[in-house]
Every structure is written in C-alpha cells, then in structure tokens.
Write a protein that binds this ligand. Sequence first.
Ligand code: FAD
Length: 341
Amino acid sequence: MAAPKVAVVGAGVIGLSTALCIMETCPNCSVTILSEQFSPNTTSDVAAGMLIPHTYPDTPIHVQKQWFKETFTYLFAISNSAEASEAGIHLVSGWQVFKNTPKEELPFWSDVVLGFRPMSKAELQKFPQHQSGQAFTTLKCDCPPYLSWLEKRLKAAGVQMYTRKVADLWELHGKYDIIVNCAGIGAHQLVGDKKLLPVRGQVLKVHAPWVKNFIRDRDGLTYIYPGIHRITLGGTREKENWSLSPDPGTTKDIFDRCCSLEPSLWGAQDIQVKVGLRPSRQCVRLQREVLSQGGVKLLVVHNYGHGAGGFSVHRGTAKEAAGLVGECIAALQGSSSKAKL
Ligand code: FAD
C-alpha cells in the first residue's frame, strides 16, 4: 500500500500535537493539517497553559492521570533543554489556597507535579483571607510560542498546513485515507456533537515581571499564572456562552479579584483582554469511527473535548490518538492485501 494519507482537522494544541505524534509513530505517513485558524487565533492561544489538570467526570481517573503524566514528562524534558525558551516551557512554583480546608483527599495529580505539600504557616501569612493551602511546582506553556514551536517541528517533518474550513468530513473523502478530528469547539458543528458545549473564559494578560509565583484560589475562579513575559489573570467559566467579545465589567472584576490575592498587581501595566471557548464535554472524545455513506467508508479518529485542561493532557491524548491512527492504517493494509489475493 502507498504511504497512508492522513488529514488532521484543527491547529490548536490538540491538532498540532496529534499531527506530531502521528509523524513520530508513523514516519512514512503523509500528514496534512487543515484548519480554519492557526496560531495566534485559536482557543489554545488564549489559555494560560498551566499544567494543572481539570477532571473529566466520565473518564476513568487512572486514564486522566496517565495522560497528565505523559504530558508532564514530555514538557519537563523540554524545560530542561536548550529548546525551553523558544518552546515557551518553564517550571513555575506557587500555591493553591482555600478559604475552607477541603474535605477531599489529595488531588489525583499531586504525585506527578513536583514537591506537592501543605503550605507552611509562614507562607499562609501572605493570604490572610485563606485558611489552608498547598504548595507545588508545575510546568507552564506560554501558549503562542509553544504552538509556533510545534508548527516549526511539523514543517521540518514535511507536514503540509492549509487554511481551510471543513464543513463536512466527507469533503475529505478520496483525497485522504484517515481523517483526524481535532476541531475543539468547532466539532459541535462539524460532527453535530451536542454533548460538546462552550465554557467561555475571559482572561487578562498583563506585564508585572515582579510576580514570579502562581496563586490559585480554589474557592472561586481567581488565578494568577506567571509566564515568561506576561502574567495571565483569570478568570471566568460561563457555560454555553458563545460570545467571543470581551466584557469590560468582567475585566474589572477579574482585575479586582486578582489584586485582592496579590496586591502588588495594582501596579500591572499593558493589560490585554482575551476570550476563549473551552471545548467542554463530560469526557474527551478519543475514539475511532467508521463513517459510512451508500456503502462508501471513511475512517475517522476523534480527539476533541478537552475542556479546561487541554494543555495539561495534550501529549497523552495525542499519543493515544496516534495509536488509533496506527490501528486504522493496519486495517487499511489488511484490506489492501486481501484485495490483492
Ligand atoms: P482549539 O485551540 O480551539 O483548536 C481547534 C482548531 O480547530 C482551531 O485551529 C480551529 O480553527 C479549528 N477548527 C474548528 N472547526 C473547524 C472546521 N470546521 N474546519 C477546519 N478547522 C476547524 N488548559 C490547560 O491545560 N491549562 C490552562 O491553564 C488553561 N487555561 C485556559 C484558560 C482559558 C481562558 C481558556 C479558554 C482555556 C484554557 N485551557 C487551559 C483549556 C485549553 O485552552 C483547551 O483545552 C485547548 O486549547 C483545546 O485545544 P484544541 O486544540 O482542542 O482547541
């Protein structure tokens, strides 16, 4: 059989990392990325890019933990290499604080991040409104540089990229053997997935280079995530709100909440406002599907619905999706050798 032709729909963190994993596991494939938008105009560009997992209620915890571990290990190696600053990957330490001490056991990811421990009394003095907290070190992706780094690696591996909106996966039949759907919230329309809903998030990206530690208020929606050049201040979670327009009232509310956690932020400058739609689902859709129309078949692998945690698990889910593409290729090779007999 000739080199299998794979089309990846979507160029956010999920599409790009999935395309890269396909090239790594199947170097003789021809991979093309088709996407309506590329960086810097995707949801992935808006994200803070912190590696702190979100929990998907319908995905077994051991699976989520494995995805997170693979992603953490992959990015940790980059953070310890000469590629780190170009890829926008760095370690960041900080605190998640609670007004009421949580009843839940340790989060499932506590032994994947580094040095997870209860905060000391001295650390808690910084947060007079909070009763307890946990300190740890994790990784952060500065999203636009990380997406550019992925694109650069893909181009070097010979992956073609085209700006194109795909209205129906069947448009790609005949030209490609396997279609990989990484359309994020776009999958709501593309494959009519009504279980996939937007959770709108508004954030501020500010200049405040003296803030070095992350702070996450676990009782609310407030967070401060320092990147290499800018700090992300958040946030909001508005279910089923499709609006991409920044709301000035929300901007003021986010800024006030963050300043109450870290008063030095009153001196922050160059405030930019960004909005993104988290592609939310009870579980990530990571599965093979054979579409059929009048006896004609189309092989599809879905990898979308990463909600609030796409950066935290992207490498793990990309590897799993690449494995599913491998299964499709094996099935195609099986049917082409049968046809020759
Ligand atoms: P996207 O980035 O939206 O990419 C989808 C791609 O598909 C785009 O290129 C789009 O143009 C393309 N597309 C869609 N439809 C079509 C079509 N019909 N034809 C062709 N192309 C199409 N996650 C974390 O892990 N840590 C964080 O700190 C974090 N912070 C966040 C903060 C905010 C405010 C928001 C909004 C999200 C945050 N997230 C975070 C979540 C994270 O951003 C998402 O889970 C992740 O970006 C999803 O990636 P994606 O590639 O699936 O989607």
